[in-house]
Design a binder for this molecule. Structure first.
Ligand code: SAM
Length: 112
């Protein structure tokens, strides 16, 4: 889903479709809470980095984990200075340079 992800989210959001209805307000709220407090951030399941890119552009120190090699590749182009690691978080966390983190954020990556 990596290659068309940004467009798919935009389309689903504009149609108010599950699961991305209200996607942007959800992400904006997460970014707003975190960016006012500052500090290092871990984002498990960052995808193409739509939400994390906002924080990255504000100068936040960002670490991300995603098991999709293609998602990592796309996000690295947007956020070259972030530590973005290909890893399955269901196995726990890998060794990370920045840990411990001030914040752990995640959007649309953990499901029951
Ligand atoms: C629906 S996307 C959400 C991406 C982004 N957080 C957003 O809000 O746009 C879910 C992401 O979580 C990643 N993911 C799901 N399960 C994972 C796991 N066990 N370990 C690492 N990444 C995972 C997928 O590869 C995908 O990039």
């Amino acid at each position: 889903m990596a290659d068309g992800y940004d467009e798919d989210v935009r389309d689903a959001e504009s149609l108010y479709d599950y699961p991305f209805a209200a996607y942007r307000p959800v992400l904006n709220k997460v970014c707003q809470i975190v960016s006012t407090k500052k500090g290092s951030i871990l984002d498990p399941g960052f995808g193409t980095g739509i939400s994390t890119k906002t924080l990255y552009d504000q100068g936040c120190e960002l670490t991300g984990i995603d098991f999709s090699g293609r998602m990592v590749e796309i996000a690295k182009k947007k956020m070259p200075q972030a530590e973005l690691i290909q890893w399955d978080f269901s196995k726990g966390l890998p060794k990370l340079k920045t840990a411990p983190f001030k914040w752990i954020i995640s959007t649309y990556a953990f499901h029951i």
